[in-house]
Design a protein around this ligand. Structure first.
Ligand code: BG6
Length: 304
């Protein structure tokens, strides 16, 4: 496995477009610089995008001031990869919430750079746990591609290498930065039914845009379209498009849960909202032997 900075640079570095560094958060990161001026940072731990700055713009993703890459917990913020299950494991026990991918070491397997975009592809290392959503040995392999050009595209591809069908749930758990959650809204999910995770999983619908007046934790079902985050106080909107997904999770912990979680920093919940292209709730992916599934998102910013 290639892990030293020198070895990574010589095998995968791209002059002026992609390089590797030791992050002050305590882990190795890839720095991506597109020729148009956009920048992104991707941690090898968890294949987690930590930062995305569009050309001429400002940071799109929220990262907690307490985020670390060298702890047992995932870094709070950016785009953690939830895989091969979303949320609590159905069998509970000591299986970590949102799967094991977000704390695992991922290997760099390819990079590319052209006039249009720079990209990196990572795959889960061989030393990751092998249990899956079904509680059995997991025959699934995962890879993540991050592509930075005029916008940011992230895709998570799963392959079933086993001889039996296998199921998975997953999410690209994107933390977006907002200037003030009280003035932010999410458009595009009105009248779409959702599982209310704060009300015993009851199915509900609501009209119009989602606004935030406290903790909110919803899995929107049959949600296949683009969602718009309007950051009114920040004067911009962020379009979140996706594919390979029939569910979208919207989450903000509010003050009490943020205090319980303890790693969001003071008032951090006011500056973030999660919009997560997912396969969650009833949206379980079933892969036959040799089957493949890709969950993907594309993030772009517009002034507003
Ligand atoms: C969201 C879930 O996706 O992730 C929430 O809907 C959960 O229920 C949140 O609290 C954060 O999870 P974690 O494990 O990163 O603290």
């Amino acid at each position: 496995m290639t892990t030293s900075l020198e070895a990574l640079a010589s095998e995968f570095g791209r002059d002026g477009s992609l390089w590797f560094a030791e992050s002050p958060l305590g882990g190795t990161v890839a720095e991506l610089a597109a020729s148009g001026g956009a920048r992104a940072t991707v941690a090898l731990k968890g294949a987690q995008v930590l930062s995305y700055i569009p050309a001429g713009g400002r940071e799109v993703l929220w990262l907690s001031p307490l985020a670390r890459l060298d702890g047992a917990k995932p870094a709070r913020g950016g785009i953690p990869v939830c895989w091969p299950w979303f949320g609590a494991h159905p069998e509970g026990g000591d299986r970590p919430a949102h799967g094991f991918a977000r704390t695992a070491h991922w290997m760099v397997v390819a990079t590319s750079a052209s006039a249009d975009a720079v990209s990196i592809q990572l795959a889960l290392g061989p030393d990751t746990p092998k249990h899956g959503l079904d509680g059995l040995e997991c025959p699934l392999a995962a890879s993540v591609e991050v592509r930075l050009g005029a916008d940011l595209a992230v895709s998570l591809t799963t392959r079933n290498l086993g001889s039996q069908p296998a199921r998975l749930t997953s999410a690209l758990h994107t933390y977006f930065a907002v200037a003030d959650i009280a003035e932010a809204r999410v458009e595009g999910l009105g009248l779409t039914s959702y599982i209310d995770q704060l009300d015993a999983g009851r199915i509900k619908t609501c009209e119009g845009a989602i606004v935030f007046a406290g903790e909110l934790d919803r899995i929107y079902q049959d949600a296949t379209g683009e969602v718009m985050l309007v950051d009114k106080a920040g004067g911009r909107s962020i379009a979140v498009d996706k594919s390979g997904s029939r569910s979208t999770v919207v989450w903000n912990p509010g003050p009490a849960k943020a205090a319980r979680l303890g790693d969001l920093g003071q008032e951090g919940y006011r500056q973030m909202v999660c919009i997560e292209p997912a396969n969650a709730g009833a949206d379980v992916v079933e892969l036959s032997p040799g089957g493949m599934h890709t969950l993907a998102t594309r993030i772009s910013t517009l002034p507003r």
